[in-house]
Write a protein that binds this ligand. Structure first.
Ligand code: F6R
Length: 361
């Protein structure tokens, strides 16, 4: 019989929880590496004038576009779109910069939408650890940021985010500056120091307070991608259900559902740059939820920039999701149902081959 620790976990699960924890502890290093990769890869884009910025990608790679949009912070000087689908739902134009992000380099949705951008003559760039995306970028001379291989995509998100940021430092309209990211990485490095162990400290206490509850997460303005990261990490790492709502929109529907009593933990993403109207909205929501007997939590960090705030919150979220995995005896490095979906969708492979063949033209 397999030896178990006091939580009832097999040693291998325990080892994987610790490996996941250490990966998050190394995220400052991943951001640094990705930034330099992106800056180098993007040299060919120097001085390009673009009309719109479009990110393509799914899951742990798709969130890269969401995070970058939030790092650029409104008001944007150009439209920024993130599409997570088999096609681009607006007519692509040749002055669009379309960045495909796929850690494995083989995700069908990303490849088919990228093929559409290629056919439309858009300016292209790619971020991947290899696979078909790397091959076709090399063949077609598409600027390519190659990130470290051997990780699960969601654990490589920090490296892919900074690679995307690095690529964009060559595009004046995005107002991205390597210094902003480098300063944020330094802040993150210090912040991460306090997260020493999976089963003690802030992340563990937080995980305990939401354990066995369905998480309902509220994000707003530049913290919406961070809220989405929390949802996805609770799903994929802790094998736990989580749902997401956006402010102020949630005050126009969601709140009415609180009349039904559920075992939910309501989590608000808070920002040092929060608009006053959001602050008063969160205050009302918190008081109302508490008076109805719900668990209410918030997540916030002190940071010197929007970029640093997002990166520190992402690290905190990742740590919480792994602590929750530990409490639930879940393996945060193994996916069970996602691979099943891929197998079930046989048409995916045909679409993928079709997309790849369109690059051969
Ligand atoms: C796995 C994960 C998934 C993948 C997604 C797309 O860690 O988070 O959400 O990111 O299935 O695959 P890639 O990233 O290889 O394009």
């Amino acid at each position: 019989m397999r030896e178990t620790n006091p939580n009832g976990m097999g040693n291998d699960v325990n080892d994987r929880i610790h490996a996941a924890w250490e990966l998050v502890r190394s995220s400052a290093k991943l951001y640094s590496k990705g930034l330099e990769t992106g800056i180098n890869a993007g040299k060919g884009l120097e001085g390009e004038e673009i009309e719109r910025l479009i990110f393509l990608g799914m899951g742990g790679s798709g969130i890269v576009g969401d995070i970058i949009r939030d790092m650029l912070a409104a008001p944007y000087t150009i439209p920024v779109h993130i599409f997570k689908d088999y096609s681009i739902p607006i007519k692509p134009r040749k002055d669009d910069l379309v960045i495909a992000v796929s850690y494995s380099g083989g995700t069908t949705e990303t490849l088919t939408a990228f093929a559409q951008a290629h056919e439309a003559g858009c300016k292209l760039a790619a971020i991947t650890s290899g696979g078909d995306l790397a091959k076709l970028a090399e063949k077609k001379g598409i600027p390519l940021a190659t990130v470290s291989s051997g990780l699960q995509p969601r654990y490589a998100a920090p490296e892919m985010v900074s690679a995307a940021y690095g690529l964009l430092t060559h595009i004046t309209q995005t107002r991205t500056e390597a210094k902003i990211m480098r300063d944020a990485i330094e802040e993150l490095r210090e912040y991460i120091e306090q997260f020493k162990k999976v089963n003690e400290g802030e992340a563990y206490e937080y995980a305990k307070s939401i354990n066995n509850k369905i998480a309902v997460i509220y994000g707003h303005t530049h913290l919406f991608s961070t809220a989405y990261r929390l949802k996805a990490q609770l799903n994929e790492n802790a094998k736990s259900q989580a749902f997401l709502a956006q402010l102020p929109e949630a005050c126009h529907n969601e709140v009415e559902g609180w009349l039904m009593k559920t075992e939910t933990a309501h989590i608000f993403l808070r920002s040092g740059y929060e608009p006053p109207i959001i602050t008063s909205m969160v205050k009302w929501m918190t008081e109302t939820l508490l008076s109805r007997g719900y668990t209410v939590k918030e997540l916030r960090t002190e940071a010197k920039s929007h970029v640093a705030e997002i990166m520190k919150l992402v690290a905190l979220i990742d740590f919480i999701s792994i602590s929750l995995a530990a409490l639930r005896g879940a393996d945060p490095l193994t996916l069970h149902l996602l691979p099943e979906v891929r197998k079930a969708l046989q048409l995916n492979e045909r679409l993928r081959q079709y997309a790849l063949s369109s690059f051969a033209k």
